[in-house]
Design a protein around this ligand. Structure first.
Ligand code: PEP
Ligand code: CO
Length: 451
């Protein structure tokens, strides 16, 4: 295969670098067979779409847009239904309207969806009840059932993940272009949310403000029913590019530009555990032309962050690189400003997004992973404060949520307590915000954006 002239990158050059977090597939022959099968299947997304997303993210890099990236920690093969996808999309669209009002700029809507099936794990084994099992690594790799055999990686799951992604994306495209994303309807849902509880009424002024804006447009003679942009939205897909066999198999050369695009999603990111500058994941992402991201955790210093900018966006294309900080409520105020300053001084265009979830994971007494809603809001506050202090644009938020009425994160409007977590704790990996907590967060972020 021809190497790219400047960098020597090829589709499989990642194979010469250490690849963290890859499954030990029991049968290499089976993996190769699956790889060929995937490489011959149609792309999920198209290069032109990925380029459009880069352009939108480019606006977020220089303060003219705000990003909302949201979805499950890990999508599930077991809990897959049109209703669940609709309900998740509904919450994300509701949040986006609130954020658009708060930010006063377009909101770029990116799902952690249609491909978010692989999980990095801190430990190769986990204790389930009294058994020590190989860790669950996402339904793209193995099953989460508490059974030794279920945990054996099976490459056929890569194809199942592809197929579920196809069906998911098909629904998302239908919902977002077929009338479900109508602004008046979304606003109506938000009004119900605000009216339905005492806590919701805290956000009444924002809801009233949106209402006024809609009536103002109507009074100016803008026919809200005829205006296409008020019924359709662009909704993009993203996931952590973890299992590099899957990503390589779905990467295709664009016939228009000759560039390589990973057609498994519009945007891909490297996680906190796989962002090593000399590792296989950065090598792979460096050569694809999609917009890409990297998580930035509390151990990342100025050198790491500048290294990511130089390695992943040497041409300094605005929108190419999103840095998703997940520092934790206690570290954000101290750790974030030096990173922002260093990147600003070197002049790298970066979309700065706050993931207030992964730095705030704690264990409840019953051993379940959870997060306190107040810690999540606390990290967001620190994020906005740091950007204000340095003079950079707080470009977006990245959250784990579901439309279902789960009890996985503590606090929020219904004030979920530790002894209630077991009631509806259905996540296959990290604890997610439920629909009400997610909206509560969006209104809180809108207030932060306006202040
Ligand atoms: C995740 O986004 O689910 C995740 C594992 O995050 P991180 O890489 O930041 O730990
Ligand atoms: Co997670």
């Amino acid at each position: 295969m021809d190497a790219e002239p400047e960098t020597g990158w090829t589709l499989d050059s990642w194979r010469s670098s250490p690849a963290a977090q890859q499954p030990s597939w029991p049968d290499e022959g089976e993996l190769k067979r699956v790889f060929v099968q995937l490489a011959n299947l149609p792309p999920l997304v198209f290069a032109g779409e990925a380029r459009n997303l880069t352009r939108s993210l480019g606006m977020a890099a220089d303060g003219r847009a705000f990003v909302l990236q949201a979805g499950d920690c890990a999508e599930s093969f077991a809990e897959f239904s049109a209703d669940a996808i609709r309900d998740k999309l509904k919450v994300i669209l509701q949040m986006a309207v609130v954020l658009t009002y708060g930010a006063g700029v377009p909101v770029v809507k990116v799902g952690r969806i249609a491909g978010q099936f692989a999980k990095p794990r801190s430990s190769p084994t986990e204790l389930v009840g009294d058994q020590t099992l190989d860790s669950f690594r996402g339904h793209m790799v193995n099953d989460d059932l508490p059974d030794r055999r279920a945990r054996i990686p099976d490459p056929n799951r890569l194809v199942m993940a592809y197929q579920q992604s196809v069906a998911t994306l098909n629904l998302l495209r239908a919902f977002t272009k077929g009338g479900f994303a109508d602004l008046n309807q979304i606003h109506g849902w938000n009004q119900e949310f605000v009216a339905s509880s005492r806590e919701g009424r805290r956000f009444e002024d924002i809801a009233v403000g949106i209402d006024r804006a809609l009536r103002f447009m109507d009074a100016c003679g803008i026919d809200l029913n005829a205006e296409g942009t008020l019924h359709h939205v662009d909704f993009w897909t993203s996931h952590e590019a973890l299992i590099l066999d899957y990503e390589e198999a779905l990467t295709r050369r664009d016939s228009l530009t000759g560039q390589w695009y990973d057609c498994s999603a519009h945007m891909l990111w490297v996680g906190e555990r796989t962002r090593q500058l000399d590792g296989a994941h950065c090598e792979f992402l460096s050569g694809i032309a999609n917009p890409i991201g990297s998580k930035v955790g509390p151990d990342a210093g100025v050198d790491d962050v500048l290294g990511l900018c130089r390695r992943l966006n040497p041409e300094r294309v605005p929108g190419r690189l999103t840095l998703i900080t997940r520092l934790g409520v206690d570290a954000v105020s101290e750790r974030l400003p030096p990173l922002l300053r260093a990147v600003q001084e070197e002049g790298h265009p970066v979309v700065w997004v706050c993931d207030p979830m992964h730095g705030n994971t704690i264990s409840a007494e019953d051993g379940r992973k959870t997060r306190r809603f107040n810690d999540i809001i606390g990290e967001l506050r620190g994020f906005f404060r740091a950007h204000r202090e340095v003079g950079t644009w707080p470009g977006g938020v990245h959250v784990e949520l579901t439309g279902d009425d789960v009890t996985e994160c503590l606090g929020g409007m219904e004030d979920i307590a530790e002894d209630q977590l077991h009631r509806r704790y259905t996540t296959t990996c990290d604890p997610r915000l439920n629909g009400r907590q997610a909206l509560d967060l969006a209104f809180a972020v809108a207030e932060l954006l306006r202040s």
